[in-house]
Each structure stands twice: as C-alpha cells, then as structure tokens.
Ligand binder design. Structure first.
Ligand code: HEC
Length: 97
C-alpha cells in the first residue's frame, strides 16, 4: 500500500510538472512558427543553424530579451502571451538547431 501511494505521488508530480513546463517545440508551433518557419521579414528560419549563428553569439539571455521587448518586425513576446523566460529559451533552442 505504501508503495502504491508513493507511485501515485510521483505520477502526480510528473503530471503537474508537465502542465507548467512547456516544451520548446510546442511553444514554437504555437507562437513562433508563423514567422520563423518561412523567415518572414528577415526572421531567422527554424533549424537554419547558419542563420542562427550570429544571433546565438549574443547569448541566450540577450535573445530572450529581444523577444520580450520585440525586435523590428517581431512583436514583443513573439506571439506568446504566457511564456516565461525559460519557455523562450526552450523555443529558441528548438529553432536554432
Ligand atoms: C510576427 C513575426 C514573428 C513572430 C510571431 C516571432 N518572431 Fe522572432 N523574429 C521575427 C523577425 C522578423 C526577426 C528578425 C528581427 C531582426 O533582426 O530584424 C526575429 C528574430 C528573432 C530572434 C533573434 C533576436 C536577436 O536579438 O537577434 C529570436 C531569438 C526570436 N526571433 C525568437 C522568437 C521566438 C522564441 C518566438 C515565439 C515565442 C518568435 N520569435 C516569434 C519575427 C517573429
């Protein structure tokens, strides 16, 4: 019985972690691909490592800052209304590989 309880607790923890942590690909699909799949208005294209290289050179934190405040044709926050810094990082990591 104790073992069963412990397993239930672990399952519940895993579940709740999934609710809060969004995956990079899911965030990209939801909020970034509109522009980054085709490279709209000069957006670095998804999985185009060469296009991302000079961006990544700024450092991930600077890139998250660009997304949050917006950059030229990119609106502040991309199109994500509920993303944390961590979510942006994951989306950027997904796109830049
Ligand atoms: C409305 C179109 C649009 C959407 C939606 C969008 N972007 Fe962008 N993004 C752009 C454009 C255009 C640029 C290039 C800006 C420039 O350098 O002129 C860009 C550049 C970037 C850069 C490079 C910033 C830098 O400092 O060089 C990052 C990182 C980025 N986008 C991440 C994201 C993420 C993450 C999302 C989704 C949460 C997202 N973008 C959604 C259009 C978009």
């Amino acid at each position: 019985m104790k073992k069963l309880l412990a397993m239930t607790a672990v399952a519940a923890l895993t579940l709740s972690a999934n609710v809060f942590a969004q995956e990079g690909e899911a965030i990209y699909n939801k909020a970034c691909q509109v522009c980054h799949s085709m490279g709209v208005a000069g957006a670095p294209k998804v999985h185009d490592a060469a296009a991302w290289e000079p961006r990544l050179a700024k450092g991930l934190d600077a890139l998250v800052g660009s997304v949050k405040s917006g950059l030229n044709a990119m609106p502040p926050g991309g199109m994500c209304t509920d993303c944390t810094d961590d979510d942006y990082k994951k989306a950027i990591e997904f796109m830049s590989k």
